[in-house]
Design a protein around this ligand. Structure first.
Ligand SMILES: [Zn+2]
Length: 161
């Protein structure tokens, strides 16, 4: 784990200095890998950090990918996560050392913004059709009873013994 990438050296931010942040982390730091929600793609962050009065501000865009089950068929779906203008704020007064590690703060922010549901194939889950056929008027339901003129599939139409 690239812990160095999570460190902010407070003394570099004196006199209104702004430090650029550009890092890519292994998603393991999110400690979230279950069937309900998993992150297995790198987490890329880009932004800046500075101090404002008595607070440390970390201003980021965050990109990664969440995996969660389709709400209809339960198959895993990859959902892009693209958090714009995420603000992490920490009081400088509570900092005991001159280094702040924003790993936990970033983790919380990403998990807070986790997608709450997903549907596979961009909202066209194949099982959605099954569900709507089931709910449709029974007279309109599929039937392959081989009535004359029926252009549907007739598995026994040409079967002669
Ligand atoms: Zn589905």
């Amino acid at each position: 784990m690239n812990i160095e990438g999570f460190k902010i050296y407070i003394d570099r931010l004196h006199d209104g200095n702004i430090e650029t942040i550009q890092e890519t982390f292994n998603p393991a730091f999110l400690e979230q890998d279950t069937e309900d929600l998993a992150y297995r793609k790198d987490v890329t962050i880009a932004g800046e950090t500075y101090t404002a009065e008595s607070e440390l501000i970390i201003h980021l865009n965050v990109q990664t990918e969440a995996i969660l089950p389709c709400k209809i068929c339960n198959q895993p779906v990859n959902v892009p996560v693209d958090l714009k203008r995420l603000y992490l704020v920490k009081s400088l007064e509570k900092m005991k050392s001159g280094i702040f590690i924003f790993k936990d703060l970033l983790r919380e922010a990403i998990l807070l913004e986790a997608p709450s549901f997903a549907e596979c194939l961009g909202g066209n889950c194949p099982e959605r059709k099954t569900v709507s056929e089931f709910l449709a008027d029974p007279s309109q339901a599929k039937n392959n009873d081989g009535e004359p003129g029926d252009e549907g599939y007739q598995p026994f139409a040409n079967l002669e013994l």
